[in-house]
Design a protein around this ligand. Sequence first.
Ligand SMILES: [Zn+2]
Length: 839
Amino acid sequence: MLTRNLLFLFFIANQIFAQNESLKKLDESLITLHKRTLFNGVVLVAEKGKITYQNSLGYSDLAQTQKLNLQSSFNLASVSKQFVAMLIMIQKDKKMLNFDDLISKHLPTFPYPKITIRHLLTHTSGLPEYFDLADEYLNTLDTLTNAKMLKLLAQYKPKTGFAAGKKWEYCNTGYVLLASIIEKNARMSFEEYFQQQIAIPLGLKNTYAFYLNMKKPDPRSKNRVIGFERKNGKYVLNDLIRLDGVVGDGNIYSSAEDLLIWAQKLKTLVKSETWKAATTPVKLSDGSTEDYGFGWELDKDIISHTGSWVGFNNCIEINEKKQTITIVLTNGSNEKAVDLIPEILEGKKVKIPVSKLIQNINLIDGTGTTSRLASVRILEDKISEVGDLQPFEEEGVTDGQGKVLAPGFIDSHSHHFGGLSKNPSGLPATNQGITTIVIGQDGGSYPMDTLESDMKYHPVAINVASYTGHSTLRGKAMGVKSLFRTAKPEEVEKMKGYLEQEMKKGSLGLNTGLEYESAFFSNKDEVLELAKVAAKHGGRYMSHIRSEDVNFVEAMDEIINIGRQTGMPVQISHIKIAKKDQWGKSVEVLAKLQKARSEGINITADCYPYNFWNSTLRVLFPNRDYTNPESAEFAVNQLFDPSMSVLVRYAPEKTFAGKTVSEIAAIRNEKPSETLMKLIAEAAEFEEKYPDFDEGIETIMAKAMDDNDVANFISWPQTNICSDGSSSGHPRGHGTFTRVLGRYVREQKLLSLETAIYKMTGLTAENLGIQDRGIIEPGRYADLVLFDPETVIDNADIKDGKALSSGIMKVWVNGELVLENNKPTGIYPGVLIKRQINE
Ligand SMILES: [Zn+2]
C-alpha cells in the first residue's frame, strides 16, 4: 500500500510541476513576444475553477495610452458565434423555434426553400459568403447591415455551393441570418435581447454587441478595445470596416474576465439535452460527421473556437476532462503568438520568433527609386519592417555605418551550382553580393527532384532557382549520342511530357542553348512546341540564341516569334554582338527589340559586363565545319581576337592553359587559324580516347565584343545583370556584380547606383517571375547585401579569375548572415526557389 501511495503522490507532484513549467514558459514567451511587438493582448488560464495564469500586455487604444486588463472588451470576431448559437438554443427551449425549422418560416423573404436553422448553426447550408455578395453588389461606400444582406440574397439569389446538409463549409452568412431570426422572434433589438438573456443573467459586466450604424450603441462601447497593426515602426488603425454593420458572425465584445464566467456557466442557460445537441458533431446527408456543433469546434473532451477579423485574433478553449479554460484575446499583429500559445500550454517546444535590426543605412530598395536613410528589421527569414526603427530590448543590431543596403543580387544566368558541392558557402557568388543563382542555363539542367534532394542533404549558403534545359530534354528523349539531328514527332511528344512534369515541380520555364551542338540541329517548330508547354504552365522562355555572330538577326527573330506565339515573357541570355564587322550595331539591335516590345511582346535580356566570352573553341565555327580552313580564317578575322584570347583549360596539352591562341601558334610555328583547327581536332581525339573525362577538355576566353556595345546592352531599360559565371575560369564568376558597381556606376557613371541595383534585383525578379525577392519591403524574404559604394570593385581578371571583390561588407540570405568581410560564416540557409504555381 505504501508504495502505491508514494507513486500516486509522485505522479500528482509531477503533474503540478509540469503545469507550472508550461505556465512559466508561457509567461516568458509572452513577455518576449510583447517586447518584439508580436503580442498585444490578454491571456487567462483557469483550472478547476481557479485562475492559474493571467497576463495583460499592451494597449487598448491606437495612441497607446490605455493599458489592457482583464476587463478590456475585445471584438470576439468568430468567437461571437457561440453566443448567437446560445440565443437560438434559448429560443428553442422557450418554444419560439425548432432547430429544423425552415429559415423562410422566420424570414419570409429568404429565397432558399430547403435551408434550416440547423444548417446555419452547423455551417452546412451551402450559402455563399456575404463578403463576396457585398463585393459584387454593394456600393463601396455603403455599410452592409443584416437587413441589407438578406435583401441582397432575396434580390440576387446567388447560387449555393452545394445542397443543404451535403457538405460542411464554414459560412459567416448563416450566423448573420441567425441573429436576424433571434431579433425577429424576440421582438426587440438583437443587442437588447442579448443583454436580457445572457449578459445580465450571467453577470457579464463588459460583454455586449457592437456594430456600425447601430441605433443605440452601448455606452460601454466607448471604451472598447481598438484593433490596430504595426507597420514599419508605427501603429496604424486596423478596426471595423464597411462590412461591420452586420452582427451575428462577429461583433460581440467581451473581456477575459467575462469569458471565464461564460465558459463556467454557459450550460446553465439551457436544458441539458439542448446543450448536448450543441456539442454533438454535425451529421451530413451521406451519414458522415464533421467535428463542429452549434458555434463550437469539437475535439473529444475539448470544445473551442477561434476568431480573427481586422485587428483581432482570439481563441477560447474549454477542456472538460482536465477542467481547464484558456482564453486568448488580442488586438494587434499577433497571428504568430495566437498560434504559439496553445502549443506552449501543451508543453511542446516552440521557437519564439527572433528579430534583428540593421540600422544606419542608405537603403536602395531594388525598385529603382532614390536611396533613403532607413532601418530594416528582419523577423526570421523575412523583412518585417522598413523605416525609422528603434531596437527592441535585447535585439541584435547591425550598424550599417551609413553604407548601402540593397536586396541580395539575383544572378539570372549562373553556372555556379557545380561549385557548390565542393564549397557550399558559394563564395564566388556571395563575394559579389549574389544571394540567388538561376541555373538550368544554355539548355542544360537537373531535374527539379534532384535539386530538391541535393539542397536538402547538402545545404548551401545561397538560393537556387532553375529552368528546364532543352538539350537535357533532347538527351532524355533522343539519347545523348544522337542529338545532331531534328527530333522526330514522337520524340518531341516525349520532351513535352518531361517538361510538363518539371513545370509542375516549380521550374521557371524552358531554357535553350541553341548555339551548342546538342540543340543546334533542332528546328524552330520543336522549340516552339516546347515553349508552348512552358507558357501553358505560366512559365517563361530564356535562350542562349542560335547565333551570336553570323546569324544573329535570324536568331533574334526566332526568340521574338516565340514571345509572339506563346504570349509568355522571353529573355535573351547574355546578349552580345560577337562578330567584328557587326560591332557598333547594338543600337540597331535594341531598336529591333524595342519594336517587338511595342508590339506587346515581353522580350528582355541579361548581360555581363565583359568584352570577352568564355566557351568552347567549337562555337567559333558557326557552320560546325571544324576542318574548313576558310571558316578558321573567318573566325580569326571576324569572331575573336587570337592575340587577346586565352585558353582557360586544354586537357591534351595542359601547358597551353593561360596562353593566347597567338602565343600557342607561335610556339607551334603555325598560323593562328591553323592552330585553331588543330586545337579542336586534338581535343576531339582526346575525348575519343578518354570518353569518361568529365572535367571539361577545352575552354577559351575569347575577346570578341566591343565595349560600347556592352555598355549599350547593359543600359537598355529591360536588361538585367547576369554573370554567366562559374566558380572557376572567366573572372565574371567572381566579379560581375561588383564590376558593374565599381566600373560602370562609380567610375564611368554609365548608370545611377539605384538603376544598377534595380538591374541586379527588382528587374531580374520581374524578368524571371521570381516572387517575394528582389525588393526590400515588409513581407519579402530577407536576402540582403551591405556594401560600400565608394570602394566596391571586382578584382578578378584574366590572370586571376578567382580574386575576391572589395567593398561587400555583409550578405544575408533568408535572414541569416552568410558572408562578412569576404569570409563565409558557415551558415547555409539557401532554399530551392520554385515558380509560384497557380493551377
Ligand atoms: Zn550561354
